[in-house]
Design a protein around this ligand. Structure first.
Ligand SMILES: Cc1cc2nc3c(=O)[nH]c(=O)nc-3n(C[C@H](O)[C@H](O)[C@H](O)COP(=O)(O)OP(=O)(O)OC[C@H]3O[C@@H](n4cnc5c(N)ncnc54)[C@H](O)[C@@H]3O)c2cc1C
Length: 413
């Protein structure tokens, strides 16, 4: 159901700027889309506007200060290739840690599996990049492109029209776009105002995120350790530190946020064991609630939904942004194919093509991430033995392990 809203009476005489594509949200996903559209902007003269509510570019010119307190993301090898196509990979990799081996284990069980880059004939299984650095590199790239950047400005109202949508911005400008992309993270209320429902299933878990200093080099090993309280992931950052993503039953994180650093590290060491060595120091701890959220509609005429606005996953497999980036690339490919047929970016044909390209990947990754959380969250002895056998078996069965790894790396769908 489309909604009418408070914008209509105000639209009368105000100057309305028409663009081909309006991207709502200049976060990691919206900014990536802006960068990925660069060739089309140049070749086809596509007009693009990005609207971002937070003053994100404020610190672009300030020299980068590597910080111990970073939030970082695991970026799959496939995503690195997409960033290379956008021309931003050389800058991104300056602050990237390299994942050369992934070590998967389960608490109180013997099963362990290791995935190694050299087995797959690649230099890296993935990369770990501070989110703030990714934002900075993408925004610098956007600043070089001939697109309209409205920031800080919030889209306050969205009104469907015969040929797209009209957007009212908090800086008093009005835009009309043939294609509007909702990359607003899903919490702005715009989806709801358009009547796009989401399916939400809370995991009753929180992710506690912090940076750790170790007593020995991490050697590019990423760890995923499953416990019945939830998975613990350690990701190798550039240098010696690691990013911790520790999943807790909701409520428990409050106690752990309040612990002294020493007490926190002792509990983590007890839960994780000593496979990564001794945890010496922890940075500021942040907690994030976890749910599986999927928008029931991802496209409508003149509208596409991307990133967290379309799907928010459990971080267990580090797939949320990687999946979203493949969505970005598929949307650009559908727009390009549409322009060869003389279809507009917001046309039904173009958006159906986009949805057709996305469906299987989105379904598979969502099911995989959710399945991992459920499988390893059940404390049943039989299941536990089966999981351990699965982990050991996986270590023995080369081709299956390689196929799984290639999927996780975003090199196979
Ligand atoms: C603990 C944790 C760890 C994770 N680790 C990984 C990982 O290792 N690998 C991975 O691939 N993924 C990971 N993810 C997922 C990843 O963080 C998300 O997929 C990604 O941040 C989504 O980005 P986004 O741009 O869609 O949304 P957001 O980052 O929320 O950006 C939305 C932007 O829209 C702007 N905005 C909102 N409303 C409006 C409006 N009305 N008008 C204008 N602008 C607006 C906001 O200011 C914001 O900048 C993790 C997630 C969590 C919670």
């Amino acid at each position: 159901m489309y909604v009418t809203n408070e914008m209509e009476p105000e639209c009368g005489d105000a100057a309305v700027r028409r663009v081909d594509i309006a991207i709502i949200g200049g976060g990691l996903v919206g900014a990536s889309l802006g960068c990925a559209l660069a060739p089309l902007i140049r070749r086809s003269g596509l007009s693009v506007a990005v609207i971002e509510a937070a003053p994100l570019r404020e610190r672009l010119e300030v020299p980068w200060q590597p910080s111990f307190d970073v939030r970082a993301s695991a970026i799959a090898e496939g995503s690195a290739r997409h960033f290379a196509e956008m021309g931003v990979w050389p800058a991104l990799r300056e602050q990237a840690g390299t994942i050369r081996c992934i070590h998967v284990s389960e608490q109180r069980r013997l099963g362990v599996t290791r995935l190694r880059a050299e087995e797959l004939g690649v230099d890296a299984l993935g990369h770990v990049i501070p989110n703030a650095w990714m934002g900075r590199v993408l925004h610098r790239r956007l600043a070089e492109l001939p697109l309209a950047w409205h920031c800080p400005a919030r889209v306050e109202a969205i009104l469907p029209q015969a040929d797209g949508h009209r957007l009212a911005l908090s800086d008093d400008s009005l835009l009309e776009a043939g294609l509007t992309v909702l990359a607003d993270g899903g919490r702005s209320g715009l989806k709801e105002r358009l009547g796009i429902e989401s399916h939400e299933r809370p995991y009753a878990q929180m992710a506690l995120v912090a940076t750790l200093a170790l007593g020995r080099p991490h050697n590019g090993v990423a760890y995923e350790r499953f416990t019945t309280a939830g998975p613990i992931a350690l990701l190798p950052l550039k240098g010696q530190a690691m990013e911790l993503v520790w999943t807790h039953q909701a409520g428990e994180e409050r106690r752990r946020l309040a612990l002294s650093d020493g007490a926190f590290l002792a509990e983590l060491q007890a839960a994780f064991g000593d496979r990564a060595g001794h945890f010496r120091r922890v940075g500021t701890r942040h907690a994030y609630p976890l749910s599986l959220v999927t928008a029931r509609e991802r496209v409508r005429p003149g509208l596409a939904v991307l990133g967290n606005a379309a799907h928010s996953l459990h971080p267990v497999a580090g797939q949320g942004f990687n999946l979203a980036l493949r969505g970005v690339m598929d949307l650009v490919a559908a727009i390009e194919a549409g322009s060869d047929r003389r279809d507009a970016p917001g046309s039904t044909a173009t958006l159906h093509d986009f949805e057709r390209r996305r469906e299987a990947d989105r379904h598979n990754v969502t099911r995989f991430s959710d399945g991992l959380v459920r499988l390893f969250g059940i404390d049943h002895p039989l299941l536990s033995h089966a999981r351990a056998a699965g982990l050991v078996g996986l270590n023995l069965v080369g081709p299956l392990r390689r196929s799984l790894a290639r999927r996780a790396m975003g090199l196979e769908r």
